[in-house]
Ligand binder design. Structure first.
Ligand SMILES: [Zn+2]
Length: 122
């Protein structure tokens, strides 16, 4: 997930890095804080509740690629290893199932974090 606030002047998203919750943000920056927008070069005051979490598509995409590569490498590995072994389909199952399981668990956890962040208001 990524945490952003919408610029009050140009409506573009300003990223806020390194926070997991609004409570944490309040502890670090206070209930209200000033932010500078790189797009319109304006400074505005924002409240903790105006910050929200959303999906980071870049991160999803990256993890999707990593999962695909791991699946592929596992496939090569098991394919070579079980050259004359009819149980290749058994390995095939695990090499696809295991990495993709991790991917979907990750997606689920990520969505949960986003929901939790957005639900908790101060
Ligand atoms: Zn702006």
């Amino acid at each position: 997930m990524k945490t952003v606030v919408q610029c009050k002047t140009c409506k573009k998203e300003i990223k806020i890095n390194g926070i997991d919750s609004r409570i944490e943000l309040k502890k670090i920056k206070g209930r209200e804080f000033e932010l500078y927008c790189d797009n319109c070069k304006q400074k505005n005051i924002y409240g903790v509740n105006s910050v929200y979490a959303k999906i980071s598509y870049f991160k999803y995409f990256l993890i999707l690629i990593i999962t695909t590569v791991i699946s592929f490498l596992l496939f090569i590995y098991f394919y070579k290893k079980s050259n004359h072994n009819p149980s290749i389909f058994y390995h095939l199952f695990y090499m696809i199932f295991v990495p993709w399981m991790f991917f979907f668990v990750y997606l689920k956890e990520e969505n949960k974090s986003i929901r939790n962040f957005n639900r908790y208001r101060i």
